[in-house]
Design a protein around this ligand. Structure first.
Ligand SMILES: [Zn+2]
Length: 460
């Protein structure tokens, strides 16, 4: 536990240097740097940016059923390493999370093995088959705050409408993977020049946009909360803008990879860039960034989708969709929003912590402000790390990141959840008098030893 400690010189949300005092699992004071009490153990955090710990609405932990790709233990170690305190575990496991017993099973496994808090997402339809509504109310009673058939779209409008009505009564949210089955039955790559050049089956923007347009109307009609997963097109942004102007209860997320990469990369043929929805055009990327900046898109979510090498090392059409996200998300988003300089850290805190916590209905415990009286749950970011992504240092069991060998300026260096240190890449929080790392998984320490970061008075 990190207790009776002052984090000296940290920049809360990128503001002026401050001393942040932690006692009893909570933030007890935020003072101007150099003015905190002498009785506390001091941890030199000079220049580090302090953010509320991140919340991911869209994580595939793969357990149960695909533990070769990821487990709840490994996926949440990756989450902690990436700055996350909370992840929503998608339902497309084997067996599918489509019953109260399955929801409880995920939660109980996480309680034993996870390095961050795990919130099971319940399926909307039984076995993700799109035919019969899953027992949403009973799953909500078992702890599910969100429902999604992610990986598949709920195509049938009557079932989606039924799900929204039921979800509204339960006080939960429906998260839709928008992909019209008949318009993109076997899409492989963004329709347009990328598909034309490669000859791969096209995945057109309208296959996403028609579902989003339909479903926001349902949200407006029912008053039920609808969340759109991984928005990828400029057209979807326009539909969301229209829905929000009407006051409809619609929220949306964008992934880091859709904010940075384009279909030009996909057209080069490396299956690492095969993802659903596909990487889109440069014009779409511009629209997604603008939508995140103006709040039309509420949140960044990773769609962390681990796959073992054998499922990516095939021809394009046989390769699995998906890429890793948890351990690089903050770096990518800060790079994109900062455009080479310093990003708006308050906006990043909104998009990656405060708003996803609200959307997921966990804002009583996550995405809290960094003010006295609040839990000591935060992430420390080095704004001048200038690091190179090395998948061999990842905590994930899989290595399918599209950002291998990318160089980023910003890097998460530590994550703390209610004073428990869950990641500490540099040994920063293992200060004399702190027993912080005794609680951390051994692999974190091994990774920290290989790290290249350095801080004033500390060489790691
Ligand atoms: Zn999806």
């Amino acid at each position: 536990m990190l207790d009776d400690v002052v984090l000296a010189g940290v920049r809360v949300l990128g503001g002026p240097p401050s001393d942040v005092e932690l006692r009893g699992g909570r933030i007890t004071a935020v003072r101007a740097a150099g003015t905190s009490g002498a009785a506390l153990t001091r941890v030199a955090g000079t220049g580090l940016v302090m953010l509320p710990a991140l919340v991911d609405l869209h994580t595939h932990l793969r357990e149960p059923g695909d533990e070769e790709a990821e487990t709840i233990a490994s996926g949440t170690r990756a989450a902690a390493a990436g700055g996350y305190s909370d992840v929503f575990a998608m339902a497309n496991c084997s067996p599918v999370t489509d019953s109260p017993g399955r929801v409880r099973h995920i939660a109980e496994t996480a309680a034993r093995t996870a390095s961050c808090r795990v919130h099971p997402v319940g399926a909307i339809t039984l076995r993700l088959e799109g035919q019969d509504l899953a027992p949403l109310t009973a799953m909500a009673d078992a702890g599910a705050r969100m429902f999604s058939d992610d990986g598949r779209c709920v195509d049938d409008p009557a079932i989606l409408l039924d799900a929204l009505t039921t979800s509204r009564a339960a006080g939960t949210v429906i998260a839709q993977h928008a992909q019209c089955g008949s318009l993109a039955p076997s899409g492989q790559i963004n329709a347009g020049p990328a598909a034309d050049r490669t000859g791969l089956p096209p995945w057109p923007a309208v296959a996403e946009e028609t579902i989003v347009a339909r479903d926001v109307v349902f949200a407006g009609a029912t008053g039920a909360r609808l969340h759109i997963c991984h928005v990828s097109t400029a057209g979807t942004v326009e539909i969301l803008r229209c829905a929000k102007q009407r006051g409809w209860p619609v929220t949306a997320e964008v992934t880091p990879h859709h904010l940075l990469l384009t279909d030009e990369q996909a057209a080069a043929g490396d299956t690492i860039h095969k993802v659903n929805p596909p990487l889109r055009s440069a014009a779409d990327v511009v629209a997604l960034r603008a939508a995140l900046l103006d709040g039309t898109i509420d949140a960044v979510a990773t769609d962390h989708a681990p796959h073992p090498a054998r499922r990516k090392g095939t021809g394009w059409c046989d390769a699995a969709f998906g890429m890793l996200g948890l351990e690089t998300a903050l770096a990518v988003v800060a790079e994109v929003l900062g455009e080479g300089g310093e990003p708006d850290w308050s906006l990043i805190a909104d998009a990656m912590s405060h708003r996803p916590a609200r959307i997921g209905g966990i804002d009583a415990i996550a995405g809290r402000p960094l003010t006295p009286g609040e839990p000591a749950t935060f992430t420390l970011v080095d704004p001048n790390a200038n690091w190179t992504v090395d998948p061999t240092e990842h905590q994930s069991l899989s290595a399918n990141t599209p950002f291998a060998h990318f160089r980023f300026r910003h890097r998460v260096v530590a994550t703390v959840v209610e004073s428990r240190v869950t990641a500490d890449h540099c040994g920063l929080l293992a200060a004399p008098g702190s027993a912080a790392l005794r609680d951390a998984p051994p692999r974190h320490r091994a990774n920290g030893a290989r790290d290249h970061l350095s801080y004033p008075g500390r060489n790691c």
